[in-house]
Design a protein around this ligand. Sequence first.
Ligand code: SF4
Ligand code: SF4
Length: 85
Amino acid sequence: MALMITDECINCDVCEPECPNDAISAGEEYYVIDPAKCTQCVGHFEEPQCQKVCPVDCIPLNPEIVETHDELYAKYIRLTAAKAT
Ligand code: SF4
Ligand code: SF4
């Protein structure tokens, strides 16, 4: 599953630079995660880095985007290959 940011976000900007996949950006009202780029940090870290740093705990799993660990890893490989070109 990708992660998502809820409207409890206080726009503190702490999570954005921590994402290894550049999946986080400032949205219209609060920060947003691009599910196509979020691997739950699989391939990079043991745990989601954004969740670790968020001071208000507003980054839950997105229940609408169900992905297995293997799918997340495949996404990581795709994203890394795209970056290398
Ligand atoms: S879980 Fe990892 S890849 Fe997904 S948005 Fe957070 S920091 Fe980025
Ligand atoms: S760390 Fe949490 S509160 Fe801060 S911008 Fe990211 S989601 Fe919002």
